[in-house]
Design a protein around this ligand. Sequence first.
Ligand SMILES: CC(C)(COP(=O)(O)OP(=O)(O)OC[C@H]1O[C@@H](n2cnc3c(N)ncnc32)[C@H](O)[C@@H]1OP(=O)(O)O)[C@@H](O)C(=O)NCCC(=O)NCCS
Length: 213
Amino acid sequence: MTYLIRPIKDQDIPELNQIDKEAFPTMWPATNFKREMENIMAHYMVLVDEDISRGASPKISPNIWKRLWDCIRRDSNAAGTLADNPKVIGYSAIWVMAGSAHLVSVAVRDAFRRKGFGELLLISSLKEAIKYKCFEMTLEVRVSNIVAQNLYLKYGFAIKGIRKKYYLDNHEDALIMTLDSIDSPDFPSKLDEYKNSHTRKWKTTPGMAELAS
Ligand SMILES: CC(C)(COP(=O)(O)OP(=O)(O)OC[C@H]1O[C@@H](n2cnc3c(N)ncnc32)[C@H](O)[C@@H]1OP(=O)(O)O)[C@@H](O)C(=O)NCCC(=O)NCCS
């Protein structure tokens, strides 16, 4: 498979809604991707499966009954087809305000987690923040979300504070995590090191190696 990270397009929205529902089931109000596309502060990046985007045929099962069932389902349920052959695997988003990049979201489809895609999305958001000459990246994360905290800690984010009862659904506290000095002259080469070690670890395909460059 070949993957690509690119800015959001209108056609991604149905799949992004699915990903949001899966990643943030209690989030209310849900992300209004259409409105975010018109927000000049917002920069949304999506990670797509290029083979499916180019219209390559989905995997065909050797089992005739499974093939028949897939056909019936494809005809009768477009949403089912989307879920079975996802084109959009994850997304990340920053808001750029007064030189600070606020990471508003990063999410990967459940079935594609722990394969390095979250890292790729974070790297690409950091590159976007550098492009807009930000001096820091900051974010809020649930105190219970150890998985996401580990991802941010791996990239050098530090815990800077706490927002009490920040989340509306269960009044959970948020940690404020910040990565300082992303405008320093040595940060781009540090980011290249992260990317190179990611490429070594995941033995990315040529298409994937183009990511976040
Ligand atoms: C957070 C999230 C984006 C990570 O995506 P991912 O593609 O699974 O992450 P990666 O495979 O790139 O892992 C990168 C790092 O994250 C951390 N991590 C990822 N999954 C983890 C797990 N199950 N347990 C502990 N740490 C984990 C590790 O530090 C990992 O680095 P390592 O592979 O060297 O251990 C994903 O879990 C997700 O979509 N979660 C739901 C949405 C969410 O909570 N977003 C964050 C909102 S603040």
